[in-house]
Ligand binder design. Structure first.
Ligand SMILES: *[C@@H]1O[C@H](CO)[C@@H](O)[C@H](O)[C@H]1NC(C)=O
Ligand SMILES: *[C@@H]1O[C@H](CO)[C@@H](O)[C@H](O)[C@H]1NC(C)=O
Ligand SMILES: *[C@@H]1O[C@H](CO)[C@@H](O)[C@H](O)[C@H]1NC(C)=O
Ligand SMILES: *[C@@H]1O[C@H](CO)[C@@H](O)[C@H](O)[C@H]1NC(C)=O
Ligand SMILES: [Cu+2]
Length: 346
């Protein structure tokens, strides 16, 4: 998981196939890719820069995804398209964390979610991100953030005494009871019933949180600067991802624990819609690192599995999102401003 533990813890893509516009990059020495160019870029913005109407459009699209039936008729657990995203993360978690494909896999996962919101739920914007350094650098609680607003955001903290997570004596579900303050009882997701989770359990349960300000040191701008100062991809990935490779939490796991509840769980965290704002922000920080030196745009390294025998992750490594979209090679998602990405952070 994300919490201190034993060995731890994205239609054919609007693969907008521009008529033969799959232009290969011209300059051979910087083109380990053959990605297609984009007609236009979707703008991903910080949550608080959205107008109230734009916030409401995004939240309505998430509620729409929670109301649409699953695509995969053989999935007997998921009751909605939204659940399918959570379910994919549950089944993929052991192979997409603490490894070289961690950042590319999550980049593609968020892209598939954004694409579903746009193509299936009529959303016209980009997936927003939450720049939590703003709260972490301030004296205010994370709870003061507009993301937790009950009227224009995603609702607030869990209500104490309303939920007890399943007892997990073996620890394999990575459930940390203290991170579950209770059910979220305000905001647009107040009455949501989740089916996946917590952990690998399958239980009908309320949507939970446990907002935790002790994570501030891992989410402030100094911590982010530390990450973007790392000299190679492996060190950058480790500095972002966190425990148990690192002795303390970092921005990735710190952000999961800071939101708490479902979001604190290694497996079932995408049950909280804020998962996608947190991961979009991590993706933005990776993009910043990638642009800091030309060679970094296509730099990818790291072990492919948590346990040996390892292979080394390369640009040819395949990112599998099962029924949520086509499998693609890491090289195809390295540059977010080429297809299938076609988005930008503003
Ligand atoms: C949740 O359910 C309660 C009780 O039925 C209802 O009053 C409230 O409006 C519901 N909230 C949402 C966001 O659906
Ligand atoms: C905050 O997180 C820490 C570390 O996981 C935990 O020990 C503590 O109980 C949490 N506090 C609250 C209020 O959730
Ligand atoms: C930045 O990195 C240094 C060296 O690794 C470490 O001592 C320091 O605690 C880090 N600061 C933050 C804010 O993460
Ligand atoms: C992976 O890369 C490391 C470091 O460059 C190297 O020592 C190791 O032999 C490589 N492993 C494989 C299976 O290619
Ligand atoms: Cu994850």
């Amino acid at each position: 998981m994300f919490m201190r533990s034993k060995l731890a813890f994205l239609s054919l893509l609007s693969l907008v196939h521009f008529s033969n516009a799959a232009v290969t990059q011209a300059s051979a020495d910087v083109s380990p890719t053959s990605s297609a160019t984009c007609d236009s870029l979707i703008e991903r913005r910080e949550w608080r820069t959205l107008s109230d109407d734009e916030k409401s459009d995004y939240i309505d699209a998430v509620l729409c995804l929670q109301s649409l039936p699953p695509n995969d008729e053989t999935n007997t657990i998921a009751k909605s398209r939204f659940d399918e995203f959570q379910g994919l993360h549950v089944s993929s978690a052991d192979s997409v964390h603490l490894v070289g494909q961690f950042l590319p896999w999550h980049r593609y996962f968020v892209l598939r979610y954004e694409t579903a919101l746009r193509e299936e739920c009529g959303y016209t914007g980009g997936n927003p991100y939450w720049d939590w350094t703003i709260e972490a650098d301030s004296e205010d609680s994370f709870l003061s953030s507009p993301v937790f607003d009950p009227d224009t955001g995603f609702g607030g903290d869990g209500v104490p005494g309303t939920y007890t997570p399943p007892y997990n004596p073996t620890g394999e579900n990575r459930i940390f009871p203290e991170a579950f303050h209770g059910c979220v009882q305000d905001g647009p997701f107040a009455n949501v019933t989740l089916h996946y989770g917590p952990g690998k359990y399958v239980t009908d349960h309320c949507f939970t949180r446990g907002v935790n300000d002790t994570m501030k040191p891992y989410l402030n701008s100094a911590a982010v600067a530390n990450a973007t100062a790392q000299p190679n991809f492996e060190l950058f990935r480790i500095e972002i991802e966190g425990e148990p490779i690192t002795p303390t939490n970092k921005a990735h796991d710190g952000g999961h624990i800071m939101i708490g509840g479902e979001m604190s769980n290694f497996y079932s965290s995408p049950g909280d819609p804020l998962f996608f704002l947190h991961h979009a922000n991590l993706d933005r920080i990776w993009r910043t690192w990638q642009l800091s030196t030309p060679s970094r745009l296509f730099e990818i390294t790291g072990r492919s599995t948590v346990d040996p025998p390892y292979t080394n992750v390369t640009l040819d490594f395949i990112l599998d999102v099962k029924t949520l979209g086509p499998a693609i090679a890491i090289r195809d998602i390295m540059d977010i401003q080429s297809s299938p990405g076609c988005y930008t952070y503003v």
